[in-house]
Design a protein around this ligand. Structure first.
Ligand SMILES: [Zn+2]
Length: 68
């Protein structure tokens, strides 16, 4: 399971704090507008704080982590 959280623009700072709290690592920040079109059509995420459309995604930047 990929570690990823989503938020709207105004809750970016909170989602970053949450990510660090939950996963204890610094995330990569990816904006919806920077994603390839086919990928961003599939993603229908909402902000976990206000329920608006998420436009910022924070995810693990570790490339080879093993869950275990
Ligand atoms: Zn929000």
């Amino acid at each position: 399971m990929e570690k990823m959280l989503a938020s709207c623009q105004s809750h970016l700072e909170q989602i970053l704090d949450d990510f660090v709290d939950e996963f204890e690592e610094a995330p990569d920040v990816v904006r919806l507008e920077d994603m390839p079109a086919e990928e961003n059509e599939v993603i229908e995420a909402t902000c976990r704080y206000c329920g608006r459309k998420a436009i910022v995604f924070v995810k693990s930047c570790r490339k080879n982590y093993s869950d275990g």
